[in-house]
Design a protein around this ligand. Sequence first.
Ligand code: S6P
Ligand code: ZN
Length: 186
Amino acid sequence: MQPFATMLDFQEGTITPNDNVIIRRLSHMTPMFADQDAAARLLAEDDPVLYEVYEVHVPDNAGNLNHCCSIIYPGKVGDEYFMTKGHFHAVEGTAEIYLGLQGEGLLLMETRDGEVAHIPFRPGVMAYIPPFWAHRMINTGKDRFIFLGVYPGNAGHNYGAIEQTGFAKLVVESDGAPVLIDNPKR
Ligand code: S6P
Ligand code: ZN
């Protein structure tokens, strides 16, 4: 393998060249939002793009480092902000670093034994997600929320139970500001 470089556009969140761009629309994760009536209303008029991920693939072993840039668009389903699906790594003992580039957001994390943590994001915030912590990013601002992720090549994704029941906390707007509330499904 040879050294290489890509161009990360700090304003747009695009990586050039990239190996893949994931485009996640509301219809790809409708059941993950608490307010299903609001989701149905949005889907009836449009199927908004919630986020995009520009990915650079490297060999999928522990010695390599995947790196990708995610762009979460501003918006809400009911009171719940647009967010990523969220996941444990398939190899749960692998960590990740998130670096905020644009916009405002919140990193929500939890462990399998019930610990919960969150970190507010703005440009320059660099969060360390330790091994064994599930992670989800949420756009709590009015503009695009853009962040870089770096994680081991063998980490993989496990959406599993998170797709069915979500995280222990929901992040919703209350009086114009983000607040964490208990997830009634958990
Ligand atoms: C991968 C890393 C990110 C997310 C991306 C989308 O380990 O955490 O690249 O994959 O932000 O989130 P999700 O939860 O839909 O994969
Ligand atoms: Zn991850």
